[in-house]
Design a protein around this ligand. Structure first.
Ligand SMILES: Cc1cc2nc3c(=O)[nH]c(=O)nc-3n(C[C@H](O)[C@H](O)[C@H](O)COP(=O)(O)OP(=O)(O)OC[C@H]3O[C@@H](n4cnc5c(N)ncnc54)[C@H](O)[C@@H]3O)c2cc1C
Length: 308
């Protein structure tokens, strides 16, 4: 079957790699090989690869910039899809900003700010693609990606032949760090409705936002941002709970709880997904014992389960 899949991929002129280490595509620099890694340059290619996956009953993983992923050391035995070229475009039509799923969020925000359009500036500094941000409903204490989103266009992973489907904001179950769209849809296009504002003011704001991140986060390390969601029914943030348990600096192998921000776990060099699972499990247990609060991962675990 494997040969047949490769033949199909080749017949459709798709760009692909076999057994490619996914550690190259995640900010944690962790992740074993993808059986098939396919780069899709337009909607037709995307539909084609989804059809091939469906026909051969292959598992699918869409990766953005891999800034919120912890992928198993064993890798992913299926088809990993990464959006490229046309699927990374950014367009402006008056106050409407159209970003394709693979566009980098910081570039999208810069485009808005340069055009004097307000609504996304609070999210500056969140790495990743606009597709990943929508799936995660990425955000900060102040704002999230869904705030000024008008509609998205998606392709269903299990019915790619249906083509592009429009979902208006009110049809999507956005909540804290979730969209409810996980695994069932590929985000192809995202349309934001922004407000006219002053470009210089917005530029000043993104600089402030960035400085705040530099002050509080261990940037420049291999990390995936906040590992755990902030608990709904606790007065404290996850970072505060972890810190209060004395876990700053705690390590398993090369996985290390940041001294600067206790909800960041850093891969110091050679950490494995196994190290991360172990350190996350330990943190959850210790916080549960001390505060009776169950931390829930914010990062997406691929092919992994926490031992709780
Ligand atoms: C230093 C740092 C700081 C961070 N700060 C924040 C923050 O302040 N707030 C915050 O919310 N997050 C933060 N994050 C986490 C991360 O940046 C966000 O979750 C980001 O939106 C993920 O985008 P991505 O493209 O990297 O997605 P990935 O990590 O590649 O994927 C995340 C999920 O989205 C899915 N996905 C990706 N693209 C698509 C698509 N086109 N269609 C369908 N599914 C898709 C993946 O399958 C996966 O389930 C931070 C991360 C780092 C490293």
């Amino acid at each position: 079957m494997e040969q047949e899949i490769v033949e199909q991929i080749k017949n459709h002129n798709l760009i692909f790699k076999l057994d490619e280490p996914l550690s190259k595509y995640t900010t944690l620099k962790i992740g074993g090989p993808a059986r098939y890694l396919v780069f899709v340059r337009n909607i037709n290619e995307l539909i084609k690869i989804l059809q091939i996956a469906k026909w051969y009953n292959q598992k699918i993983l869409i990766i953005g910039a891999g800034s919120n992923l912890l992928i198993s050391d064993e890798g992913f035995d299926g088809i990993v899809i990464k959006l490229k070229n046309e699927l990374c475009k950014i367009d402006l039509k008056s106050q409407e900003l159209i970003a394709y799923g693979g566009a980098m969020l910081p570039m999208v925000i810069k485009t808005a700010v340069d055009a004097g359009l307000s609504g996304l500036e609070e999210l500056f500094g969140i790495p990743g693609t606009v597709g990943g941000a929508v799936i995660m409903n990425a955000g900060t204490k102040i704002a999230c990606i869904s705030d000024n989103l008008e509609y998205i266009e998606v392709i269903k992973t299990d019915e790619p032949e249906d083509g592009l489907i429009r979902l208006n904001k009110n049809e999507i179950n956005f909540d804290y760090r979730t969209s409810g769209l996980e695994e069932n849809y590929v985000i192809v296009k995202v349309v934001f409705r922004l407000k006219s504002s002053n470009s210089e003011m917005l530029k000043a704001r993104i600089n402030e936002v960035l400085l705040e991140r530099i002050k509080t986060q261990p940037l420049g390390t291999f990390n995936a941002g906040c590992i755990f969601k902030n608990p709904k029914h606790s007065f404290f943030t996850s970072a505060k709970l972890i810190e209060e348990c004395g876990l700053k600096g705690y390590r398993v192998g090369d996985a290390y709880v940041s001294d600067k921000h206790a909800n960041f776990i850093i891969n110091r060099q050679n950490a494995t997904a196994k190290d991360f699972v172990e350190i996350m499990t330990h943190i959850i247990k210790v916080v549960k014992e001390k505060f009776n609060v169950e931390l829930e991962p914010e990062i997406k675990l691929i092919g992994l389960k926490l031992d709780i």
